[in-house]
Design a protein around this ligand. Sequence first.
Ligand SMILES: C[S@@+](CC[C@H](N)C(=O)[O-])C[C@H]1O[C@@H](n2cnc3c(N)ncnc32)[C@H](O)[C@@H]1O
Length: 378
Amino acid sequence: MTARIARFREVFGWGALWMAPVLTAGACAPLPGQEVPYVQTPHHVVDAMLRLAAVGKDDVVYDLGSGDGRVVIAAARDFGARGVGIEIDPRLVAESIRWAARARVAERVRFAQGDLFQTDLSPATVVTLYLTREVNARLRPKLLRELRPGARIVSHRFDMDDWPPERELRVEGEASEHVVYLWVAPGRRLAARSVQLDEATIRAEVEKIRQPGMMNVPRVDGEFLHDLVAGRGYRRGLEIGTSNGYSAVWMALGLRKTGGRLITLEIDAHRADLAAENFKRLGLEPYVELRRGDALKLVPTIEGPFDFVFIDAWKEDYPKYFELVFPKVRSGGAILAHNVLSHAPALRAFVEMLQTHPQLETHIDRRSSAGISVSIKK
Ligand SMILES: C[S@@+](CC[C@H](N)C(=O)[O-])C[C@H]1O[C@@H](n2cnc3c(N)ncnc32)[C@H](O)[C@@H]1O
């Protein structure tokens, strides 16, 4: 951090920092080759950027215009990655080296004084940027040429002109919101590692799954499933009837909080393919396992106990599913069935059975017109 910037921050706070170079530009000539003034990314935004890129110990993070080295140091210190910082200002390079030593990550990071346009980017698996929109756009052909397929590019504040990002994240700031963008180098559409998205992004993205003919539950029911899983701390879940994965995403989001996992069953190959793609796209693969085939045959092969079972397949089969899953649900666990209101005639006898079952406490959740029966096992 330059003294000039540090002083500015003391006087005006972080929120005003983006203006600092503008205000000081006349006072200090840019270095030869310096494309962009030095402005820091706040530490919590650095953390959000590295999380958005799902940085891990096998990554090599290149920060282009590395300033005081904070991105590379955080990648090594907090995520176990290796990192390289490229910075044109030698004073900042020297400062970065000192910070890295203090953070005890000197062996995992390297800082080089140089021009980011002249740097070979091929070893990078993640590239981080806080440049300008115009510099990003000029850098884009180099990124596409040199980065390996699946490498992630994260930019603070500035997009890449007409290259749409895979993800866009908004992070609260002291004075204003910070926007962070993620791109994945093409060649393989998705990064090898599933990207850890923040909850707000998943809650927004989940609606893109909804499609005519996929029979997805209403959003309020998805939210209810999430709240039940997270609120009761459920960890082992089973879903019968994945379709293209809408309800499973809500449950997986809850399970991400409890450290659990959902097994979800789907008989239709096309819907199962779509679900698999959706789980991957939303980075939820660690929390949901898709099994393809007939649930009536699959359930007997799956070992319990389960904390909850969500039944949302063909309605006439509900009694058979119930018989199969009941012994596998633990005491205190829940058996949930969808459409008990919208398909009341077809499910009347089934619901009566649930309500009179001596080992169940059943109520009907009516927040959507579909209706979910919630039966807690005594
Ligand atoms: C109502 S949709 C599920 C919607 C999903 N829960 C959601 O909210 O996105 C019912 C699904 O159950 C599947 N299904 C029906 N019978 C099945 C069986 N015996 N085994 C596995 N899946 C089955 C259908 O192919 C269909 O995709």
